[in-house]
Design a protein around this ligand. Structure first.
Ligand SMILES: C[S@@+](CC[C@H](N)C(=O)[O-])C[C@H]1O[C@@H](n2cnc3c(N)ncnc32)[C@H](O)[C@@H]1O
Length: 187
């Protein structure tokens, strides 16, 4: 499923241009908890990974990003390759699934940003991630995730605007919504 959604990483970048609240939030976590090793699961295009790696420039810090989609990972490699020398030295990127990716090294901070966990629709898959994160954390380490909560008022307002859309577009939106709902229910 993620291959379809993320096959155009530049569109993802466009969608998230100017979204820097979460970048600041995770940056502040680095300042506050002073981790030496950070793991970002589902790191995508490195939107959070690279700026996090700029933090605490005088302290030892390694940042590992793990991502399932090859196209998103390719953009993350490009982003890190074009970043400062500090970021290039600190960041390593790996293709992997957050449910199963393993390492023989442990992390002080594991993050899963930007609602990435919601790609996993089954409880068992999410439990696998929590167990995996637990295995990858050093004693006293922290797992931090963020998930956007549905805003029912926005959703309702968007439904009210169907009549402003050209009818073929409104039909397409409704059909896609029905298909998504059916797909989610069959998992
Ligand atoms: C909303 S994007 C977030 C990317 C990045 N963390 C950010 O904040 O911009 C979700 C990412 O999760 C990745 N993803 C989905 N399922 C995954 C899995 N099982 N393991 C690793 N990555 C996954 C997708 O390919 C996508 O890049």
């Amino acid at each position: 499923m993620t291959d379809t959604i993320y096959r155009r990483p530049q569109d993802y970048e466009l969608e998230h241009r100017g979204d820097d609240d979460d970048v600041a939030f995770y940056g502040q976590l680095v300042e506050r908890f002073e981790p030496r090793r950070i793991l970002e699961l589902a790191c995508g295009s490195g939107r959070l990974t690279a700026p996090i790696a700029e933090r605490r420039p005088d302290a030892p810090l390694e940042v590992v990003g793990v991502e399932l989609s090859e196209s998103m990972l390719a953009l993350a490699h490009q982003r890190v390759g074009e970043a400062s020398e500090l970021v290039r030295q600190r960041v390593s990127l790996h293709k992997g699934d957050m449910r199963t990716w393993s390492s023989d090294r442990l992390f002080d901070l594991v993050i899963i940003g930007c609602s990435s966990i919601t790609h996993l629709l089954r409880l068992e898959d999410r439990l696998q991630v929590w167990r995996n994160a637990r295995r990858l954390l050093s004693p006293g380490g922290r797992l931090v995730i963020d998930v956007t909560m549905a805003d029912i008022r926005t959703f309702s307002a968007s439904l009210d605007r169907y009549d402003e859309m050209p009818s073929h577009l409104a039909e397409k939106v409704v059909a896609e919504h029905k298909k998504d709902t059916a797909d989610a229910a069959s998992h």
